[in-house]
Design a protein around this ligand. Structure first.
Ligand code: GLN
Length: 305
């Protein structure tokens, strides 16, 4: 891989003045305790080379980025049948919106809004006796790091404030689109959102998507080429909720964000890049993270277009 260390340092200095312009997620109380000035970036190439800057090895809460792992797990098992339960259209609404669900008979627009991710987590619950272990196992393998855990404090904090996600799950259950006990579902969902990882882990963990579905660390074929293409397409069109169009416009890569302030993107066949800066913009995406990714694709003149 080309040496991106100098470019990362440049980007770091360019975006740093934006710190202080966003807002920490506070609807999950434990997320409001992080240092809002944190900023890290890591790039990992498909052959495992790492470039990084700033707080790239400080752990944080990955939140919705975890929806990519559960989707990959469920998609590998269900194949095209999965799309009977969840759509593949951008929603144009905030990530935790209830608005479309009644019109659309309990079938969420896509697997990355909370409603869709709950349907996917429900599938993971049906597939595995110990779903939390299965998810942890999967993430440790794709990130090539046995030392990844759920942050129990963050999981508990989200479960204490889960009325909205409980409402989404119960509502979809009334349409027959949730099979498992809702409290168990929310418990597993809050745990996978509470995965504690850093930028290097995150970039590594997305390499299988940059590598046509194959985990470059152990050769496991996790998704077919076609499934990897589809999952990447969903990240491009839905990965940043109602800011996905703007993200595609500015960054030009498939990517996924979380309210912990992480955002990961991939260049197919080449690399994954993860940024962490916990302050969010009005759409719940990392304000500095999106900016840093825009600087990156502009500077290196690469995108999927
Ligand atoms: N756990 C968060 C929630 O359900 C995830 C949201 C996000 O990262 N956008 O609200």
């Amino acid at each position: 891989m080309m040496d991106y260390n100098d470019i990362l340092k440049e980007i770091y200095e360019e975006v740093k003045p934006l710190l202080g312009k966003g807002r920490l997620a506070d609807y999950i109380p434990a997320l409001s305790c992080v240092d809002s000035n944190s900023l890290g970036i890591a790039i990992v190439s498909v052959d495992g080379e790492v470039c990084k800057v700033g707080d790239a090895e400080t752990n944080f809460s990955v939140q919705s980025i975890s929806k990519v792992y559960t989707l990959a797990m469920a998609f590998a098992e269900h194949g095209v049948g999965l799309w009977d339960y969840v759509g593949k259209e951008p929603s144009g609404n905030p990530f935790n919106s209830l608005i479309q669900l009644e019109h659309e008979q309990g079938i969420p627009r896509n697997p990355f809004i909370n409603a869709g991710a709950l349907v996917i987590t429900d599938k993971v619950l049906s597939l595995y006796k110990k779903p939390k272990n299965a998810i942890l196992d999967y993430v440790r393998k794709v990130a090539d790091n046995e030392d990844i855990y759920f942050d129990k404090e963050v999981a508990r904090s989200e479960k204490d404030e889960a009325s909205r996600n409980l409402a989404l799950a119960h509502f979809m259950q009334s349409f027959g689109n949730i099979q498992n006990d809702v409290d168990r579902l929310i418990d597993v969902y809050c745990h996978h959102c509470a995965l504690s990882m850093n930028c290097v882990d995150l970039a590594k963990s997305f390499l299988f998507l940059a590598n046509h579905g194959e985990n470059p660390f152990n050769g496991d074929k996790l998704l077919s080429r076609s499934q990897a293409k589809r999952l990447n397409a969903l990240m491009l069109t839905c990965g940043c909720y109602d800011e996905s169009g703007d993200f595609a416009f500015r960054v030009g890569l498939p990517g996924k964000s979380g309210v912990g302030g992480g955002v990961v993107a991939i260049i197919p066949g080449e690399l994954a890049i993860a940024v962490w800066s916990p302050e969010l913009n009005e759409y719940g995406n990392s304000l500095v993270g999106v900016e840093a990714l825009e600087h990156f694709t502009t500077k290196v003149d690469k995108s999927i277009f």
